[in-house]
Structures are given as structure tokens and as C-alpha cells.
Write a protein that binds this ligand. Structure first.
Ligand SMILES: CC(C)C[C@H](N)C(=O)NCC(=O)O
Length: 490
């Protein structure tokens, strides 16, 4: 009837109005709705790398599940077993939250993946505000996990809530997979995806991930991530720490060995075989990089340096996204407190990682790194013992930007931001992306809403009110665009 038709037009009109409505972003507007939800989520120190914080992480997963339950979703907390710690003890992994809204066989089904664990953060690290107390300064919401990845996960939840609030049917069925171990390699999630391939994932058509950021103020769609191989290199010498005055000069120090095998002034990867495996940069990719908006001075200012490894845009983007890099993160066992302790540490463990790209393979990288370090160590003829372990082996991921998912993404960005997105890659790693692709055979899009200067993993991480709310509008619009994709596209 006419009435039914009017009913179906009215909410759609509201939806378009909601997307187009100009929101005022000011710190003077008190936190409400989505901002309060983000405050509550940031308040939980869900640090997946710290075993002492595991109870908080369990609480975080329960809180995410409860939010989805209250919205009427079909929610499960999936037990993914235990994690083995380096000392041989075991610890329960945080359960994975799965949820489903709608199961209409005539609609597409999208699966939104995100995580609610965070990297460590302490006020003493140099934060200007308490990392677990969401603080608004000039429209930026500061807090650990605000951008990586709590606000983006919440923005997807709010997108579903927006349809519900308007009494509108979701244009697609929406599933969620929310995990709590992303920052430490997504332990247990690969097995869970494999186990549920023919159940939870059987009707999923497309996978959407919003766990990354824009490159500039221009919105972006991401089509590649680097992988990550994370290593521990342990050098063990005397049976206990020693006084450097009493024993220095007689003992072959583990720290000297460690620095000796890791150190190279170029900061480049010397390990044979690694660079040779890298897929060459094609002319087309090179051309694409030239069109991307990237302000080198802005980038330098953001991180507070005067000079970078390369001085032109294409080289910088290529080395950020599609060449491997090595970073040394820290040395466990070394003296690092303030003061002047004169100690020879008995055992030191370097932590470093290699971001890898197509066509590198983690198993091969593990062998190459282990063989190389042992060969360099052998030349030192040291009596100390070296042990090399790879603790994370996450593969890189690359998508086809010609897929209709990306056309739908461009249309949604245009609708909300009135501009075309940059098509970018990401230097960081989303360990599970490749598993989703390989196990389910479905296409993935990464649709970031984080700002280019959000400070992920660093001090003063933030998410702006603007990106959070406009990002939610983007997701609302995107669900609508995805529903228009022809049913034949996988
Ligand atoms: C920018 C990254 C893809 C964000 C992601 N959450 C992350 O930090 N992954 C782990 C990593 O070390 O890259």
C-alpha cells in the first residue's frame, strides 16, 4: 500500500539525512552516547601482552559481548583454548566474541572483524593524560586503544544501532568477530576460523576490517598490509648478574655479544635471501603512489624528526608498505631503570621484528634469521649460549582493488566526505587478514577511520571526535553500498 511505501521511504530519507548532517565537533560538548561507550571501553586496561592484565582482557570481551547482546544480536563467546607462556605455564586466551544481526538469505552477509585488546601504556611513558581515562582535548579523545581499535569497533556497532534507531532493516546481514589477542599475533584465532569455516563463516560474503588509519586528512581505503615475524634472541652467560668493576675485563659479556650480532649501522636488513624474495614494484604501482596525498614535512613534524631514510614520496611510501624492514624493540634483562647500576647482566634477550611483504614467507624468514644470527655468533667464538625463537609469524595481505567491495567503498566515502579516497597500503600487520582470505576464500576490504596522527602504540594515542562520528556515518553508508553489489561477486 501507499502507506507501506511511505514507511520504507521515510527511514531511508532519515538515513541519508543522518549521513549528511553536519556534526559540530567541540570539546565543549559533553561526552555522550558513542563517546561514553568509548570512555567505558578505554577505561579497561585490556593489554594482551601482559599476563597480569588477563582478567581485564576477559572483562573487556564480556563487555563487548554484552553490548551486542543488548542490541538483540545472536552472540557467542567462543572459547579458543590456552596460550603457552615462555616459562611453560599456560594461560586461558580471551574468548572471541561472535555476533550476528539478520539472517536473510536474500541479502549479502558481511563480517566485521576488529579487536579490543591494546598495547601497554603507562603515564610514566610520557603520556600527557592518564591512558585509561578518555580525555578530550580540542576535539581529540586521548586514551590507549582509542584508535587501535576500540573506536573503530564501536563505530561499526553504532552503525548497526543507527539502522535500529531509525527502525530500518539492515540492508545486509552483519556478523562480528571481535578478538582480544590481535596485538600479540591473534593467538588461537586461526584455529577458530578454520573450525567455524563451515558454520559461522559459511554464509559470509565479504569481510571488512577497520584496524588501520588514513595517510593524510583524505579518507583512504587500504588494500595491503605487511606481515610480521617477531623474534627473541637470547644470549646467556654467567649464572648470575655480576659487578662490572669486579668481573669486567675477565668475562665475555652476553650484552656485548648480543649488540655485536644485532648491530649494523645502516639499519637495513643484511640477512641473505630476504630482499631477494620481495615482489618487484610494478610501474602501475609506482604511478599509483605518485597520486597519493602524502605531505613529507607534515609526516616529519608529526614524528619530530628532521630527516628520513628517503627524501621523495614514492620511495618513502614503498619502504613503508611494500619492502621489508627490521626494528629492534628492546632488550629484556638489561638494566633500564633510572640511575647508574654497574652490572653485567647474565642473560639478555633482544626483541626484534621483521615486517615482511609478498612474496616472503614466515617459515623461510624464521630459517634465514636463525641461520644468519647463529653464523654471525659463531664467528665471535663466544662461550655464551645463543637461542633464537620466532614468537609471531604473521603473513602479509594484499587485495584486488578492482573488486566491487572497493567500488562500494569509494561510493560511501564520496557520499559522506564528498571526495575520493586514497587507495593505500599499510605498513603494520593485521595477523588474521591473510587467514580470513585463505580459509574462507572471501574478499576483504580494509576501511580505516583512524587519523594519520593518532599515535598508535605510542604515547598520547587518540581518536578525534570527527573521525569517530564521521567514520560511523561512513560505515552506515557502506552497508548500504555493499547491499547493491551484484550477487555474483565473491
Ligand atoms: C596499523 C596496524 C595495522 C594496526 C594493528 N592493530 C596493529 O597494531 N597490529 C600489530 C602490528 O604490530 O602491526
Amino acid at each position: 500500500s501507499i502507506n507501506d511505501q511511505l514507511q520504507s521511504i521515510k527511514p531511508k530519507f532519515f538515513l541519508i539525512k543522518m549521513i549528511k548532517v553536519k556534526t559540530v565537533y567541540s570539546s565543549f560538548i559533553p561526552l555522550q552516547g558513542p563517546l561514553l561507550a568509548l570512555r567505558d571501553w578505554v577505561a579497561i586496561e585490556s593489554d594482551s601482552s601482559n599476563v597480569l592484565k588477563r582478567p581485564d582482557l576477559h572483562r573487556m570481551m564480556e563487555m563487548a559481548a554484552q553490548k551486542l547482546r543488548l542490541m538483540g544480536g545472536t552472540v557467542e563467546l567462543v572459547d579458543i583454548g590456552e596460550q603457552e607462556l615462555p616459562d611453560g605455564q599456560t594461560l586461558a586466551l580471551p574468548k572471541v566474541v561472535t555476533a550476528q544481526f539478520g539472517n536473510d538469505p536474500n541479502k549479502h552477509t558481511v563480517c566485521v572483524y576488529g579487536h579490543v585488546d591494546v598495547q601497554p601504556a603507562k603515564l610514566e611513558d610520557g603520556w600527557a593524560t592518564d591512558p585509561y581515562n578518555l580525555t578530550d582535548i580540542n576535539g581529540n579523545l586521548y586514551g590507549r586503544g582509542a584508535s587501535d581499535n576500540k573506536a573503530p569497533v564501536l563505530a561499526w556497532i553504532h552503525a548497526v544501532e543507527a539502522y535500529q534507531a531509525l527502525n530500518m532493516e539492515l540492508p545486509v546481514n552483519v556478523k562480528f568477530v571481535i578478538e582480544g589477542m590481535e596485538e600479540t599475533g591473534s593467538n588461537g584465532l586461526d584455529a577458530m576460523i578454520l573450525a567455524q569455516r563451515d558454520t559461522f563463516f559459511s554464509d559470509v560474503d565479504y569481510i571488512i576490517i577497520s584496524d588501520c588509519g588514513w595517510l593524510s586528512r583524505r579518507p583512504a581505503l587500504t588494500y595491503g598490509t605487511r606481515g610480521n615475524c617477531y623474534f627473541y634472541a637470547e644470549v646467556e652467560g654467567p649464572k648470575q648478574d655480576l659487578h662490572s668493576g669486579v668481573y669486567g675485563g675477565t668475562v665475555i659479556e652476553p650484552m656485548t655479544d648480543l649488540v655485536g650480532i644485532l648491530g649494523d649501522p645502516s639499519g637495513k636488513i643484511l640477512i641473505p635471501g630476504i630482499r631477494e624474495a620481495v615482489a618487484p614494484l610494478s610501474d602501475e604501482e609506482w604511478r599509483m603512489y605518485q597520486d597519493i596525498q602524502f605531505d613529507i614535512d607534515n609526516y616529519k613534524n608529526k614524528i619530530g624528526v628532521n630527516e628520513l631514510m628517503y627524501s621523495n614520496k614514492v620511495d618513502l611510501l614503498a619502504h613503508m608498505w611494500r619492502y621489508p624492514t627490521v626494528s629492534i624493540h628492546g632488550i629484556e634483562g638489561a638494566f633500564s631503570d633510572p640511575g647508574t647500576k654497574t652490572v653485567i647482566p647474565a642473560k639478555v634477550t633482544a626483541k626484534f621484528s621483521i615486517r615482511q611483504v609478498p612474496n616472503m614467507d614466515p617459515a623461510m624468514v624464521k630459517k634465514q634469521v636463525t641461520d644468519y644470527l647463529h653464523s654471525v655468533f659463531a664467528k665471535r667464538k663466544s662461550p655464551n649460549k645463543l637461542k633464537v625463537t620466532m614468537v609471531i609469524g604473521a603473513k602479509p595481505w594484499l587485495a584486488d582493488t578492482q573488486h566491487p567491495l572497493y567500488d562500494a567503498g569509494k561510493a560511501a566515502v564520496k557520499r559522506v566526505f564528498d571526495m575520493d579516497p586514497d587507495l593505500i597500503r599499510e605498513g603494520g600487520t593485521i595477523p588474521i587478514a591473510r587467514t580470513f582470505q585463505d580459509v574462507t576464500g572471501k574478499s576483504i576490504i580494509m576501511m580505516p577511520i583512524g587519523g594519520f596522527d593518532d599515535g598508535l602504540h605510542s604515547q598520547n594515542e587518540k581518536m578525534s571526535r570527527y573521525n569517530y562520528i564521521e567514520g560511523t556515518k561512513l560505515f552506515v553508508a557502506y552497508l548500504n553500498e555493499v547491499s547493491q553489489i551484484k550477487h555474483t561477486s565473491v
